[in-house]
Design a binder for this molecule. Structure first.
Ligand code: ADP
Length: 274
């Protein structure tokens, strides 16, 4: 029985140790998140205030009638315009996060051919991407089945992935986009040949407020929200996301959406007749 008791004692000890380690890790995680959140708030406050201050000053000067020179007038206009765009983007991102947090994003699933949807997105953005000096390589199969998806979500998803591909491109200004059917999934890939993601950061990049440290030093701007929004939306649309990446080689984000069931498509058209 001594032996038995020893085993029980040992088991209890390890259980306790395990629980303690678990509690320690959880507390550590929470502290990290709280720190990131505080940093985020400081950043956001700064970033919301800066464009506002610029617009306020420009507006004041214009209203005073002190700006009489045509060139300066134009410069003021440009200032207000670009700062308000910055502000709008910032607010949109914050709203996306708030919506995702409270599960209030209005997901309206509808039958969609992703190739058409993606082609449309690319047509709308190709000019901008090329203007930034990027090579855009696309391979979009026409032979994909219908998926049930919310088209606004899809725009946000692809928009955030493209934004990252551009932001973390380094010197290799390349973006590759592909779409193809793989069994019962429609697979979308967004590839870059940029900075890549350090191994130790890989498991964190979809967490809210997380930014890889080396990227921070590489002087890119961001709040670590984009990918958490993307993952959330992908999952709300019934899909899954994964990533492969190698430092200084680039990253590839893959999203898979399940092909729609015939019954879901029928049901949709029954309640939304064309
Ligand atoms: P943000 O870009 O605002 O930092 P994200 O949530 O979009 O926030 O990304 C989180 C982190 O993941 C980034 O800070 C960066 O470290 C890493 N990351 C995301 N996309 C890429 C990419 N295409 N290449 C390299 N690193 C990336």
């Amino acid at each position: 029985t001594l032996f038995k008791n020893l085993i029980v004692l040992g088991a209890a000890f390890f259980l306790l140790l395990g629980a303690l380690i678990f509690m320690f890790i959880t507390a550590q995680r929470e502290r990290e998140l709280a720190e990131r959140q505080a940093g985020f708030l400081a950043n956001v406050t700064h970033e919301l205030k800066t464009p506002l201050a610029v617009m306020q000053a420009a507006g004041e000067n214009l209203a005073d009638g002190r700006v009489d020179n045509k060139e300066r007038l134009k410069a003021y206009g440009n200032h207000i315009h670009s700062e308000s765009i910055r502000l709008r983007k910032m607010i949109e991102k914050l709203l996306d996060v708030a919506k995702a947090d409270t599960n209030q994003s209005l997901i309206e699933l509808q039958p969609v051919h992703l190739n058409t949807q993606l082609q449309k997105y690319i047509e709308e953005h190709a000019e901008f991407i090329k203007e930034k000096g990027f090579t855009l390589e696309t391979s979009i199969s026409d032979d994909v089945d219908i998926v049930m998806i919310d088209t606004d979500s899809f725009e946000t998803i692809i928009g955030n992935l493209m934004e990252n591909a551009i932001k973390y491109s380094g010197d290799e200004k390349y973006i590759g986009i592909s779409l193809e059917q793989k069994g019962s999934k429609v697979e979308l890939r967004v590839k870059d040949r940029g900075l890549g993601i350090p191994k130790k950061s890989m498991k964190h990049i979809f967490e809210k407020f997380y930014r890889a440290e080396d990227v921070l030093t590489a002087n890119t701007k961001g709040h670590g929200l984009g990918l958490s929004i993307v993952k959330n939306l992908v999952e709300q649309n019934g899909g899954e996301i994964s990533v492969r990446s190698e430092e200084n080689k680039g990253s590839c984000f893959t999203i898979r959406f399940p092909v729609a069931h015939e019954s879901d498509i029928e049901e949709y058209y029954l309640s939304n007749p064309v």
